[in-house]
Design a protein. Structure first.
Lengths: 216, 194
């Protein structure tokens, strides 16, 4: 597969948009898309969302994980309405407890040696398409871009290290959960071809009748 | 519909081709839909449907292109398999593909004969395509995703010092392994190649 095909598959993911037109329910081959009313959010596949945005017919809402703001779902977080200590920011929230979603993901990824689950199996493609076409609808676009790139670099480095040890120890099998299609695709073709060559060289070292070789 | 076609389309090496269930009918359905929708007014609706159709057409044609590429690459072995298949077993090629494969073989033989073979000494004028065209490499490594849980898959050792060991394949996990070990699972649909 090449990268364009992986992006094509990623375009089937659903994203939320806010249309500025109205249209009743449409029955597509891949599924139904609910009635469109101006101002009301509706879920559509990414390819349609990008197209509508380009025609200026909608506003894109970034997915929940594409966020570099306050994570209000963190349980330790308690807004103090009364006494304010010196380490509070103007809104009254303790500064040290401001936790950013994507940063959390990046730090988790850096800490762990294995691959951590990603918020979406197509996080790279979603980020790229949404930031390219709808960066005006997404707050802190540059920070998001940097964080996603950091996560990607960390994961590709881990992939390189594990491919290296796979080859060195001549393993026969590897488990790669939590790897997204784009990452597998980036390094997969080279890795499988190299492994195939090595397998051929190895089996030719051990002469046996079961190995068929062709005459030409 | 498109989701099922997508992963099977991008098959990795192995020469295993699954039966295509009526792609021609799918295309007819698409055109029907398009005509139906075109009857109603509303430029936006029509353009959305047309966009979706283009996407589906792309998936179908890239699937077909992949199959034709495999046929052209491994044609003697595929035709051999067709010949030795028992009656009652499903062919893995559609009728049009079978015709294509046979014509391709005939054309290649004619070409080789006219270009080189008829000028060779009489006892060297035959070429055995079955032996000279490389077979699909069933030992190549593939990435796969598990759809149904499998137990006790035997993993053969790569070097002499390693032993055989068994692994379990959990649902939803992804692996890198040699194709031969899991070939029957691909055919039965328990795993999906990436």
């Amino acid at each position: 597969m090449d990268a364009a095909e992986v992006e094509f598959l990623a375009e089937k993911e659903l994203v939320t948009i806010i249309p500025n037109f109205s249209l009743d329910k449409i029955y597509l081959i891949g599924g139904d898309l609910g009635p469109f009313n101006p101002g009301l959010p509706v879920e559509v596949p990414l390819w349609l969302a990008i197209n509508l945005k380009q025609r200026q017919k909608c506003r894109l809402i970034p997915p929940e994980w594409m966020d570099v703001g306050l994570d209000l779902t963190v349980p330790e977080f308690k807004p103090c309405l009364g006494l304010c200590a010196a380490s509070m920011d103007p809104l009254g929230f303790p500064l040290s407890l401001k936790i950013k979603k994507l940063e959390k993901i990046r730090d988790h990824e850096r800490k762990e040696e294995t691959f951590t689950p990603m918020p979406s199996p197509y996080y790279m493609e979603l980020t790229k398409l949404l930031l390219n076409h709808a960066s005006d609808n997404i707050p802190k676009a540059d920070e998001i871009r940097t964080l996603i790139k950091d996560v990607w670099d960390t994961r590709i480095a881990k992939l390189r290290v594990s491919a290296d040890s796979f080859v060195r120890q001549q393993e026969a099998h590897a488990k790669l959960d939590n790897l997204t299609l784009m990452e597998i695709n980036t390094s997969g073709a080279f890795l499988t071809q190299a492994l195939n060559h090595m397998y051929k060289l190895r089996t030719n070292l051990q002469p046996s009748e079961s190995v068929q070789s062709q005459d030409f | 519909m498109t989701e099922e076609l997508d992963p099977t389309a991008q098959d990795s090496d192995g020469g295993s081709e699954e039966v295509v269930l009526t792609p021609a009918e799918l295309i007819e359905n698409l055109e029907q839909e398009e005509n139906l929708r075109r009857a109603k007014k509303g430029d936006l609706k029509v353009s959305i449907h047309r966009m979706e159709m283009e996407r589906i057409r792309y998936v179908l044609s890239s699937y077909l292109r992949c199959r034709l590429m495999k046929i052209e690459k491994f044609f003697p072995h595929i035709l051999e398999k067709e010949k030795t298949a028992h009656e009652g077993e499903l062919s893995s090629l559609s009728p049009e593909e079978l015709v294509f494969a046979k014509q391709y073989m005939a054309n290649t033989e004619t070409y080789l004969k006219n270009v080189a073979l008829k000028h060779m000494p009489p006892n060297l004028q035959m070429v055995d395509l079955l032996r000279s065209v490389p077979k699909p490499d069933l030992d190549s490594y593939v990435f796969l995703r598990v759809k149904e849980r499998q137990e006790n898959i035997l993993v053969e050792p790569e070097t002499d010092e390693q032993r055989d060991y068994v692994i379990d394949l959990e649902e939803g996990s992804q692996h890198l392994i040699r194709y031969k070990t899991i070939a029957p699972l691909v055919a039965s649909g328990a795993v999906q190649l990436i």
